[in-house]
Design a protein around this ligand. Sequence first.
Ligand code: PEP
Ligand code: MG
Length: 325
Amino acid sequence: RAAEFARLKDIPPVTADGERMTLLLNAGLALDVHHLDEVGAEGIGLFRTEFQFMVSETLPRLESQTMLYRDVLEAAGNRPVTFRTLDLGGDKVLPYVAAEREENPALGWRAVRIGLDRPALLRYQLRALINAAAGRRLRVMFPLVTTVAEFDAARALADRELEWGRAHGRKPPSLVEIGVMVEAPALAWSIPDLKGRADFLSIGTNDLMQYFFAADRGNARVSERYDILSAPALRFLKRIREDADAAGLQVSICGEAAGRPLEAIAFAALGFRRLSMPASGVGPVKRMILSLDAREAATAVARMMRYDMPTIRGELTEFAASRGY
Ligand code: PEP
Ligand code: MG
């Protein structure tokens, strides 16, 4: 299998019926970027910036943040990198960022909520990203945005930092794209209002499904009770894709599910064309895509999406097996 995946790495992921897909990597360390060549991904769809903060004993300084982001951009070459701003809180707590114990951390003070309440932290990170991307394309997205107003506020911080750089004679990025993760159901219902505000969307299915099913993603007892391959979840994702298309917003999926071939069949069937995943997923997903009849899969998945079934996993597995996917 490994040899087969290695052979596929330079072949573009086009389905058997001609749909061009884009496969991207999830990463969190400068080292991960080398997987781009190894597996043949077209860029980094999710760079989790909190890793640097989690392995550090003190708040990483502006220079060390800048250095990491510059290394990542350099290693990626002309392939796009989407940086996600700090996603702390929930289960990711730092000893040097004061936080109270919370009853429900996943529903608490986390991600962009911390960034908006402690803007110095987020502004510093944005400054580091802007510095690192001098003369290059900069793509940044915010985690767990719940309302359009929160997105506007986060974007305003980025604009302020860009202005600061200009005022200080810094070389700006050649292009700045500011996007948002769709992880909170409320934001998933706000996509028409993000038109003209956000530059792109990325669906974090790990969190989106946790909030959709009201089931802690880290608690197997409840998280394994519900399946993303079920009618309610797939209908929800389909609507997000349709709203994104209607708003002219590029949309990708960057949750772990995107790296599993069976789930990727369903996502392709719902019309998603950009998937970001762990390096280990790229070979298997690409192998599936190269033989996939996306139109047939769309019809088959639509037929399977019935509310009386807790999951379509069994049916979809049979369908995939019968087609040799
Ligand atoms: C997600 O929630 O799906 C996601 C990609 O972000 P993380 O797993 O880092 O929360
Ligand atoms: Mg998330």
